[in-house]
Design a protein around this ligand. Structure first.
Ligand SMILES: NC(=O)c1ccc[n+]([C@@H]2O[C@H](COP(=O)([O-])OP(=O)(O)OC[C@H]3O[C@@H](n4cnc5c(N)ncnc54)[C@H](OP(=O)(O)O)[C@@H]3O)[C@@H](O)[C@H]2O)c1
Length: 327
C-alpha cells in the first residue's frame, strides 16, 4: 500500500517519506479500513518536528484522524460490515501506524460509523478537533442558557466548540485576532457576539456583553496566556475549560480572589478519554452532524504524495481550518 512515514524527527521536507509498504492485516477484534482522508492536527506536526524527544517507534505513519471504508473485519468484530463508511480517532496515539496511508488496522472501539451526508474529508476532522470541542462543551455543561466565551474560535477545536455550545443552547461570545474576515467566519459558525481578542478593552467588552456579571464559562485555547483576562471576566461559580497552552506551559493563578468566587479550572486531554466518555463524545458528534448543526472549515486538501507539503502548510496556517490528506 501507499503510505507516508518518518523514521526520524525534523522538518517535514527533511523527514517525511511516501512509499510502498505491505497492507496490514486485522487481528481478532480489529478492523482494516481503506482510508480516503486523513486529518492533520498540531499534535501530528509538533511530534514530527520535535527533535528533542526520542522516537517512540522506529517508523511512524502519522495522523490520528481519518475516514474511509471498511475493507475487512477481524474475528469477533460485531456491528460493522465490509464496505461500511467509517471515521476513526486515536489511530496514532500510543501506536506507530496512523492514517496517512491507504490502509490502517484499528481496534473496534476506535472506529465509528460515518454519518450519512458527511464526506470522508469532513469525517477526517471528527477525531481530535471535533472530539475536543465536544468534550470541552460537555465538561463546561450543562450549558443551556449559559454564556460561554470562546477565544481562538477560528481554530480547528475552537470552531467546533462554538458550534457544539450553540447546539447545546448556550449564548456564545467568541473572539479572534484574525481581523474582519476571521470575525465573519466565526459569525458564520453561529457565534452570537464576535470580539477582537487583541482589543485593549476586551475585558470591559466581555463584562458589558454580560451586563457586568461576567461569562459563566470559558473554553480556552491558551489558558496560561489568557488567565489574567479570564480572572477578570468569569462570573461567580464560573469555570474555565482549558485544552491548550500555546504561549507558555506554566499557569499562574491568583488564588484568594478565585476561591471566594468558586472559580474552577478543568484541564482536558482528548487522547485519554475513558471508553464510555469517548463513545458518548463520538455519538454526540454524529448526532450533531446528522442534525445539520456542523460546518467544517477546510483550509487545504493535499494528495498523499504531497504529505510533507501538507504538514508544512498546516504548521504555517493556524486559524484557517483543517488540513486534510486525500487518499
Ligand atoms: N487538550 C487536548 O486534548 C487538545 C486537543 C486538540 C488540540 N489541542 C491543542 O490546542 C491548540 C489548538 O489546536 P487547533 O487544532 O484548534 O489549532 P488551530 O486550528 O491552529 O487554532 C489555534 C487558534 O488559536 C488562536 N489563538 C492563538 N493564540 C491565542 C491566544 N493566546 N488566545 C486566544 N486564541 C489564540 C488562533 O486564533 P485567532 O488568531 O483567530 O485568534 C487560532 O485560530 C494546539 O496547541 C493543540 O496542540 C489540545
Amino acid at each position: 500500500m501507499r503510505a507516508g512515514w518518518y523514521e526520524k524527527t525534523g522538518p517535514a521536507s527533511d523527514v517525511i517519506v511516501v512509499g510502498e509498504i505491505p497492507v496490514p492485516q486485522p487481528g481478532p477484534g480489529e478492523i482494516l479500513i481503506r482510508l480516503h482522508a486523513s486529518g492533520i492536527n498540531p499534535s501530528d506536526y509538533k511530534r514530527r518536528g520535535n527533535t528533542r524527544a526520542a522516537m517512540e517507534f522506529p517508523r511512524v505513519i502519522p495522523h490520528s484522524d481519518g475516514a474511509g471504508v471498511i475493507a475487512a473485519l477481524g474475528a469477533g468484530v460485531q456491528g460493522f460490515h465490509a464496505g461500511d463508511r467509517v471515521w476513526c480517532y486515536n489511530a496514532q496515539w500510543a501506536r506507530p501506524f496512523g492514517t496517512a496511508a491507504e490502509y490502517v488496522v484499528l481496534p473496534r472501539r476506535l472506529v465509528r460509523p460515518l454519518p450519512a451526508g458527511a464526506s470522508f474529508i469532513q469525517g477526517a476532522c471528527f477525531g481530535i478537533p471535533a472530539m475536543t470541542g465536544y468534550h470541552a462543551v460537555r465538561v463546561a455543561g450543562p450549558v443551556e442558557g449559559k454564556t460561554i466565551y470562546i477565544p481562538g474560535a477560528t481554530g480547528r477545536v475552537g470552531a467546533y466548540a462554538v458550534q457544539f455550545a450553540k447546539w447545546r443552547g448556550a449564548r456564545v461570545i467568541a473572539s479572534t485576532g484574525g481581523g474582519g474576515d476571521a470575525q465573519n467566519a466565526v459569525r458564520a459558525l453561529g457565534a452570537d457576539v464576535v470580539l477582537d481578542r487583541n482589543d485593549s478593552d476586551l475585558a470591559a467588552r466581555l463584562m458589558a456583553e454580560t451586563d457586568g456579571r461576567g461569562v459563566d464559562r470559558v473554553i480556552d485555547v491558551d489558558l496560561p496566556g489568557n488567565i489574567v483576562l479570564d480572572e477578570k471576566i468569569v462570573a461567580e461559580n464560573g469555570a474555565v475549560v482549558s485544552f491548550g497552552a500555546a504561549s507558555t506551559p506554566t499557569l499562574q493563578v491568583s488564588m484568594s480572589g478565585r476561591r471566594a468566587r468558586n472559580f474552577s479550572i478543568h484541564l482536558i486531554f482528548v487522547y485519554l478519554l475513558d471508553d464510555a466518555t469517548a463513545a458518548a463524545t463520538c455519538a454526540g458528534i454524529e448526532a450533531a452532524e446528522l442534525d445539520g448543526a456542523l460546518k467544517h472549515r477546510i483550509a487545504g486538501v493535499f494528495p498523499l504524495n504531497d504529505l510533507a507539503k501538507a504538514h508544512a502548510f498546516a504548521e504555517t496556517t493556524s486559524g484557517t481550518g483543517h488540513v486534510v490528506v486525500e487518499i
